[in-house]
Design a protein around this ligand. Structure first.
Ligand code: HEM
Length: 128
């Protein structure tokens, strides 16, 4: 039986494993490695904070992902396939490593945030 997500270390494992998949992914990998040459030493701790805040309401993240992805979209147009792939990779990673209430919440949040992001960015455009 797998354990649930319960500590900062669990979140770090989840996020690191997810981005290992992302980096080599044929659908979205190049966005992270070529379009935006992501500085992983900076990005990973931001994502640890984001997920810790999303799952445990710690107040550790105060950025605005909607605006940062609108900027990304202006640089490199994102489409439905990119969002679906992101969610699939995230959900698969959660299921490989964890199970329980927080694991389920992580998958629900990933899907709901992605859906809002996709609708705002693809169908409305923030700040246009
Ligand atoms: C098409 C799907 C997506 C792509 C291609 C994508 C790509 C990226 C990239 C390139 C960055 C910038 C990294 C850097 O700072 O160098 C980023 C940041 C981030 N992404 Fe995504 N992303 C996607 C979907 C999502 C979703 C669905 C979520 C949330 C569930 C999310 C959460 C974040 C957060 C929190 C940041 C940090 C923003 C900040 O600087 O505060 N992303 N993403």
């Amino acid at each position: 039986m797998k354990k649930d997500i319960s500590t900062r270390e669990d979140i770090e494992l989840l996020v690191r494993t997810f981005y290992e998949k992302v980096k080599t992914d044929p659908v979205i990998g190049h966005i992270f490695t070529t379009v935006v040459k992501v500085n992983w030493a900076k990005h990973l701790p931001v994502m640890f904070d984001f997920w810790e805040n999303t799952l445990f309401y710690t107040g550790t993240y105060s950025g605005n992902p909607m605006i940062s992805h609108q900027r990304l979209h202006n640089l490199f147009p994102l489409n439905e396939e990119h969002f679906n792939r992101w969610v699939l990779l995230f959900t698969t990673t959660v299921d490989e490593l964890f199970e329980g209430e927080k694991a389920l919440l992580a998958k629900q949040r990933a899907l709901s945030i992605s859906t809002v992001m996709r609708i705002k960015i693809l169908h409305q455009g923030i700040g246009k």
